[in-house]
Structure formats: structure tokens, C-alpha cells
Ligand binder design. Structure first.
Ligand code: AMP
Length: 281
């Protein structure tokens, strides 16, 4: 059965209040739509561990630092509802802009430290937008558990910090990155790649995998990063925004892998910004 779509907070709360009264646990999967198997894996994880599952779809204008990117972001709501059918989610919450940010809205949730680096350094205001909308979604859904992809690992850590700092009683669960057959991390943005560009895109995870193996054997980032960037560019990418080894908790820079390190990358291919990360230990 196609899950009901709820567009108002009042409607959503009527449902969650009844669920809570019945003692049921609630899981939420926040998304911006254009759903793929990565999103569906989060919905499945929620379905497996919670009595009720809410998938939210909201293309959040506050987290886009580029108006063109917001304009071009794929919107496929009816298809999204169909894709969720087989998983059996209880409701799809699709608030509009006025519902989320009514006239006079003036609050910004800003997480310090973790937001200054990696994507945060290149997308000013992006993570404030994420933290603001996610804190609203946590409060609106009153969920017990929230499911996020490790694909956006920095976002996952920021959301964890935000929920802990604001005492929002929710468990934030990170789920593994789902990939295409050639290794490219699934992303709604992949839809924006031409066939030609798409054929080149797997160079990013390929190079990262080679780096992962080398780093796990003890190689130093400073010895391998320039060659790795050159390989990504040689494969057809236009720019490597960052390619860095960091610790998995505080995201502090590392030159050598330890038991808890991750390799992070962002690179531009034919006008599309792709990000990826992989655990290294
Ligand atoms: P988005 O719609 O891109 O904002 O993503 C919504 C959620 O899906 C976020 O928690 C993402 O980290 C997660 N997600 C996106 N792509 C993937 C993927 N390839 N594998 C796992 N989770 C993903």
C-alpha cells in the first residue's frame, strides 16, 4: 500500500500522538527526495527496528548555498512514494516551505567546530541549514530513532552533536553507504550527470579504494595525496575540492591511519559536486 502523504504538522502530530499513546516506537528518515536504494536502506533499517516509520521529504532551501543547485535539485515525489511502497512506511511527511519556515521564522541552529571543515569550509551556511531543519524534524516527529547515511558522514556527526547538545531524546543511527555496481556512492545528484560524465564518476571511489589500501598498510597521506588527486583529474574530473584523512569522531586531520580513521573527498565532475568517504583502519 502507498503510504499516506502528510503535508501539515498538525496532521503529522495527530498520528504520532496516537502512536505514542499506544506505546509504539517511532523511527524517522529525513530525506530531500529523489529516493534511491541508499534512502530505501535507511527506511528498511527503521522498519526493522521501530513500530512506526516516518520518511520526510523536504528540499530544504536553507542548506543550499547556491540558488542554481536548489533550482536543479531533482524532485520526484510521486515516484518516491511508489518506491517506499514495498517497505511499508507509515507516513511520508512532505511539508512545504511555509510549513517549515513561516513568515517571521528567525532561528538558526549552528553547531560549532565540526562544521568548519571539509564540506563546511566550501559550502558556507550549509550545515546551519541542515542542523536547523533536522532539529525541527526531530521535534516535529518526536521520533525515538533517526536514520542517517554514512554517505554524508560529516552531516551524521553534526546531527549527533546537535541532538546531544540540545537534549533531544533521539538515537541517531548511522547506516552504511550504498553504492552502484561500479562503486559510485548512490546520490540524488548522480541523476544530474550526463551518460558521459557518469561513466567517469567511479574514478573517485576507485582512487579512494587504492588510497584506503595503501593507508591501511601504513602509507602517509602526504606521500600519496598529490598522485591520487592527479589520477582523479586525469579521469575527467574538473576539480578535487578536498581529499583528506580524518579521525572518525572529531574529524581531526591525520597524516597516518589509526584504528578510527576515514578518508573524505569532494570533487566536481561536469558541474556536479560528488562527495564520498570510506573507513580506513
Ligand atoms: P539526501 O536526500 O541526499 O539529503 O539524503 C537523505 C539521507 O539519505 C541522508 O541521511 C543521507 O546520508 C542518506 N543517503 C544518501 N545517499 C546514501 C547512500 N548512497 N547510502 C546510504 N545513505 C545515503
Amino acid at each position: 500500500m502507498i503510504a499516506p502523504i502528510e503535508t501539515t504538522l498538525a496532521g503529522l502530530r495527530a498520528r504520532t500522538t496516537a502512536w505514542r499513546k499506544a506505546g509504539e516506537t517511532i523511527g524517522v528518515v529525513p530525506t530531500m527526495g529523489a529516493l534511491h536504494q541508499g534512502h530505501l536502506s535507511l527506511a528498511r533499517a527503521a522498519r526493522d527496528t521501530c513500530d512506526r516509520v516516518i520518511v520526510t521529504i523536504f528540499v530544504n532551501p536553507k542548506q543550499f548555498n547556491n540558488p542554481e543547485d536548489l533550482e536543479n535539485y531533482p524532485r520526484t515525489e510521486q515516484d518516491d512514494a511508489k518506491k517506499l511502497e514495498s517497505i511499508g512506511v507509515d507516513v511520508i511527511y512532505v511539508p512545504d516551505g511555509a510549513q517549515m519556515y513561516p513568515d517571521g521564522f528567525a532561528t538558526n541552529v549552528s553547531v560549532g567546530g565540526l562544521t568548519d571543515m571539509l564540506c563546511g569550509a566550501h559550502r558556507p551556511g550549509h550545515f546551519d541549514g541542515v542542523a536547523t531543519v533536522v532539529s525541527k524534524l526531530f521535534l516535529q516527529t518526536s521520533a525515538d530513532k533517526a536514520f542517517f547515511g554514512e554517505k554524508d558522514y560529516q552531516q551524521l556527526q553534526i546531527v549527533r552533536r546537535m541532538a546531544a547538545d540540545l537534549d533531544i531524546p533521539i538515537e541517531v543511527i548511522g547506516c552504511p553507504t550504498i553504492r552502484e555496481i561500479d562503486g559510485l556512492a548512490m546520490s540524488s545528484r548522480n541523476l544530474l550527470l550526463s551518460d558521459r560524465a557518469r561513466a567517469k564518476a567511479a574514478a573517485l571511489p576507485d582512487v579512494m579504494e587504492d588510497m584506503r589500501v595503501a593507508l591501511a598498510k601504513g602509507a602517509l597521506m602526504s606521500d600519496i595525496v598529490d598522485v591520487a588527486k592527479a589520477k582523479i583529474i586525469a579521469a575527467g574530473f574538473n576539480d578535487v575540492e578536498y581529499l583528506e584523512l580524518r579521525d572518525s569522531d572529531q574529524l581531526k586531520p591525520l597524516n597516518k591511519a589509526n584504528a578510527n580513521s576515514r578518508l573524505f573527498a569532494a570533487a566536481w565532475l561536469a558541474g556536479v559536486r560528488l562527495i564520498d568517504n570510506v573507513g580506513v583502519h
